[in-house]
Design a protein around this ligand. Structure first.
Ligand code: DX5
Ligand code: ZN
Length: 229
């Protein structure tokens, strides 16, 4: 049975960059379902973050799902390195190049779960022909590159459209950007099941004072689940 229950995926873009191993252990201990790793190349998005070596370094500190969001272009050239680094899900942007179908084939060829991400300016029609190639569709609810931005309500109708398109296919709908206790219910009601949250999870805590992480995760989850009735 496909698990469409609410999953909280903290983004380590909002974590302490000097302490990733401890931070990953802390958020999992405090209830995170997935660890979301925002890979940025300074070309597809105006920011630069983690290479394959950093992903490999944190892998031993993550018991569960390592959800790697590739905001890079070109993307195909790096898939094997991130797969070897231990990613469980590799999500590529449909806007990253002309051959998204080939990219998704390559991700599955590496034995990983395949995700496709849509920027706010890209409609759901971009994934119509990909639904048998993906395990996850990530709807960006901010323009990618930075944490701490405001949720784009304009994306809610897109989430609902996507939910209708997917039907009972085993495909997760992940929402990424500006998730808080206020926006999580909106995303869940529209049909999302995986909620990425950076600033809303890491605010007020640290790896050695992680109680706030747990409280934030529980609050986001409760708000989303309450919306589902
Ligand atoms: C933005 C990233 C998001 C971001 C989420 O490009 O893909 O995952 O880190 O951060 P918040 O939750 O603070 O918007
Ligand atoms: Zn992300």
């Amino acid at each position: 049975m496909f698990d469409r229950s609410i999953k909280i995926a903290p983004s380590i873009l909002a974590a302490d960059f000097a302490n990733f191993g401890d931070e990953c252990r802390a958020i999992e201990a405090q209830g995170a379902d997935w660890v979301h790793v925002d890979v940025m190349d300074g070309h597809f998005v105006p920011n630069l973050t983690f290479g394959p070596a950093m992903c490999a370094a944190i892998r031993p500190h993550i018991k569960g799902v390592m959800d790697v969001h590739l905001m890079i272009s070109p993307v195909d050239v790096y898939l094997e390195a991130y797969a070897k680094a231990g990613a469980d899900i590799l999500t590529a942007h449909v806007e990253a190049g002309p051959h998204i179908h080939r990219t998704l084939q390559a991700i599955r060829g590496l034995g990983k779960k395949a995700g496709v991400a849509l920027n706010p300016g890209t409609g759901v029609e971009a994934v119509t022909g990909l639904l048998d190639m993906v395990d996850l569709v990530c709807v960006m609810t901010v323009n990618p590159g930075f944490g701490g931005q405001s949720f784009l309500d304009s994306q809610l109708s897109k989430i609902a459209q996507l939910r209708a398109m997917i039907g009972d296919r085993p495909i997760h709908i992940e929402i990424d950007g500006g998730i808080t206790t206020t926006t999580a219910p909106l995303a869940a009601k529209a049909g999302a099941d995986a909620l990425v949250a950076g600033s809303a999870v890491f605010k007020g805590g640290s790896a050695d004072q992680p109680a706030a992480y747990g409280a934030n995760i529980r609050a986001i989850r409760a708000a989303a689940e309450a919306a589902l009735g």
